[in-house]
Design a protein around this ligand. Structure first.
Ligand code: SIN
Length: 305
């Protein structure tokens, strides 16, 4: 029996396998290390980082929904300095790529954190212009192609030659023009999708369940939207795509690859089963063996229209 080649090369970011974990669903990896061998994960997209520590939004900030969840965490994190001092050395013990998700409230802040992080011992930056849970920054930068181009270009310049992923929002009119804007401005890779904006209301109090009212929907409920968006983006850009949105089993991952993703992220499913990445890795390997698929490349974009 042959051993399938799971290695992927995302325009210079070479990972042992196509499995990554979505930012905000895996912390900095520490808590998950007990349940999953971090060496088995191709890349870890760490919790969204900002220049200064943030407490995030008031509670409640998560709510369960049919086949998914809504969050309005608001980028709670210990700040970039703490990450560099305490979390990078921890993650570096493992054979996985470190992908730093970076955030800001304006272009200057995005550039400042990009410059600092690009000099740190991380493998890639993930420019988050799609968080729906903050007053300034986030989604405000990710919905207009001109703005996507402007911020990506500025961050590209601030981060030198560091590998740069741009994380796209699904809350847009046309994902194709957003993807093109990021590519033209110098992104090495795209990750998509972030959460879809949503709301749940308690019919007794008549108030939204989330303290902030609106949050971001993730989980299996969003998967068909995400697959469609990956498919559309893959049709218009030449840079690789990390697909995500509702992946909870290997079949979902294969769908994303067939739609045109070169790698994929597990997000909300980590909350349900903290060892899910290893299961998906094993199942994907078996699927490839039993279907005589020798490398991930043989699956990418192979949907039959
Ligand atoms: C959050 O911390 O609010 C979630 C991050 C994101 O949606 O990018």
């Amino acid at each position: 029996m042959f051993k399938p080649d799971l290695k992927v090369d995302l325009n210079g970011l070479v990972m042992n396998n196509p499995i990554t974990v979505a930012s905000g669903t895996f912390g900095f990896g520490r808590e998950y290390g007990e349940y999953v061998d971090l060496n088995k994960i191709g890349g870890i997209m760490v919790k969204g980082l900002t220049l200064k520590p943030r407490m995030g939004n008031p509670s409640p900030r998560v709510a369960e929904t049919p086949m998914g969840m809504l969050n309005s965490v608001g980028l709670q994190n210990p700040g970039i300095e703490y990450f560099m001092e305490h979390e990078i050395p921890f993650l570096r013990q493992y054979d996985t790529k470190i992908i730093a998700n970076i955030n800001g409230t304006n272009i200057e802040e995005y550039c400042e954190i990009a410059e600092i992080t690009s000099k740190a011992d991380v493998d890639s930056l993930e420019l988050n212009i799609s968080c729906p849970n903050v007053k300034a920054g986030g989604l405000a930068f990710g919905t207009d192609p001109k703005m996507v181009h402007k911020i990506t270009k500025a961050v590209r310049e601030a981060s030198g030659n560091k590998h740069l992923i741009v994380k796209l929002s699904p809350n847009v009119k046309d994902i194709k023009e957003i993807a093109i804007a990021a590519e033209e401005a110098g992104a090495d890779c795209l990750s998509m999708i972030n959460t879809l904006t949503g709301m749940v209301i308690d019919i007794n109090s008549r108030k939204p369940i989330l303290a902030r009212g609106i949050g971001g929907l993730s989980g299996p409920a969003v998967k068909p939207v995400a697959v469609r968006m990956v498919y559309e983006a893959a049709g218009v850009v030449n840079i690789p795509i990390i697909g995500m949105g509702g992946i909870s089993k290997y079949e979902d991952a294969v769908e994303f690859l067939l739609a045109g993703a070169d790698a994929f992220s597990i997000g909300t499913a980590n909350f349900v089963d903290p060892s899910i990445c290893e299961k998906i890795l094993n199942d994907l390997t078996l699927y490839m063996e039993s279907n005589n698929i020798r490398s991930i490349k043989e699956l990418v974009g192979q949907v039959i229209k």
